[in-house]
Design a protein around this ligand. Structure first.
Ligand SMILES: COC[C@H](NCc1c(COP(=O)(O)O)cnc(C)c1O)C(=O)O
Length: 332
């Protein structure tokens, strides 16, 4: 790659016949699941890492929780993006993980060239350690979702939509964990003059920190994360995400875990791509008829321009885990 060129790839925007049939309007899939690190994260985190390296950062640190047990939060995708970026930049990276993290994951990160530290029981404790380490001279802590440079990097996704579509989509569907993707897509819409395009912000019940904030009109910290979509497992959404509701037309919707996992299975059968339940939350906006409901309620136009669903992807899923989730939710 040319010096300074970004680490993410320009991803395909595929028209989905299957999802268009279900939605009753054209559905386009922005396939972030085929990014080099398996999710859209590399856009924002790659940009952040390049910028801090340019300003003299010599050591990256990131708190992450890979293939987490039920009680920890999924931040594995950000950790993957940080490890990949560090390798591309040729600077060392320390990934701090909760003690319960599987050896397979530790090996996988070490294979990416990362130094791994295990500490604490949950991500929040690993993050405290990462923040401690980041006090060292030349070290920078890579947040999974909470930095303007991350939002700036994620905005590249909308630049690609503008380049490919020209005219604005009828709506953009995305998932919300800590709110970084939402903040980034909002920034992108403003940049390309599409600030009127509605955003359908999807969460799962039990990881609904954005919806809780929208309902309360202020930031709300969830007592715990009880959704299987652990990559959406931030207890508090970033303040910027809540601010976006004042500048953009954002519909905050929450689906049950069962709907998100069922959407993952249907998407696998419809499009032959396997994604995390975090991504299933966005796909459920189509499969659960939410789009038609918003049209019936007059929130969206009866005849919509093509709707873009951001297929955010995610690494923490394989066929065995999907079957286990379906059995756990009584879907086998
Ligand atoms: C909590 O966890 C933060 C982050 N996952 C975030 C994430 C999201 C939500 O993005 P966000 O709203 O956090 O920017 C959606 N879809 C997928 C596949 C994700 O991995 C992480 O991996 O560290």
């Amino acid at each position: 790659r040319a010096k300074g060129e970004h680490f993410h790839t320009v991803t395909p925007l595929l028209e989905s016949w299957a999802l268009s049939q279900v939605a009753g309007t054209t559905v386009l899939l922005k396939c972030e699941n085929v990014q080099p690190t398996g999710s859209f994260k590399i856009r924002g985190i790659g940009h952040f890492c390049q910028e801090v390296a340019r300003k003299g950062c010599r050591h990256l640190v990131c708190a992450s929780a890979f293939f987490p047990s039920f009680r920890t939060h999924g931040r594995g995708n950000a950790g993957m993006a940080a490890a990949y970026s560090a390798r591309k930049l040729g600077i060392p990276v320390t990934i701090v993980l909760p003690e319960g993290t599987s050896l397979q994951v530790v090996r996988r990160l070490q294979g990416q060239g990362a130094e791994v530290q295990l500490t604490g029981k949950v991500w929040d404790e690993a993050n405290l350690r990462a923040q401690e380490l980041a006090k060292r001279d030349g070290w920078e802590n890579v947040s999974p979702f909470n930095h303007p440079l991350i939002w700036e990097g994620h905005a590249s996704l909308v630049q690609e939509l503008k380049a490919e579509l020209g005219t604005p989509p009828g709506a953009v569907v995305l998932s919300v964990g800590g709110g970084g993707l939402l903040a980034g897509v909002s920034a992108g819409l403003a940049e390309v003059g599409w600030q009127h395009v509605p955003i359908i912000a999807m969460e799962t019940q039990g990881a609904h920190c954005f919806n809780a904030a929208v309902q309360a009109g202020r930031l709300v910290t969830l007592p715990d994360i009880t959704s299987v979509a652990r990559s959406l497992g931030a207890k508090t959404v970033v303040a910027r995400a809540l601010e976006c509701t004042k500048e953009f037309e954002i519909f905050s919707e929450v689906v049950e875990d069962a709907e998100a996992v069922s959407a993952v299975q249907r998407f696998l059968d419809d499009e032959r791509m396997l994604v995390e339940p975090a991504c299933g939350a966005s796909l459920a906006a189509i499969y659960s008829g939410l789009l038609q409901r918003l049209q019936a309620e007059g929130c969206l136009r009866p005849s919509l321009a093509p709707v873009v669903v951001i297929v955010c992807g995610g690494n923490s899923i394989d066929s065995r885990q999907l079957q286990a989730l379906r059995a756990q939710l009584g879907q086998s």
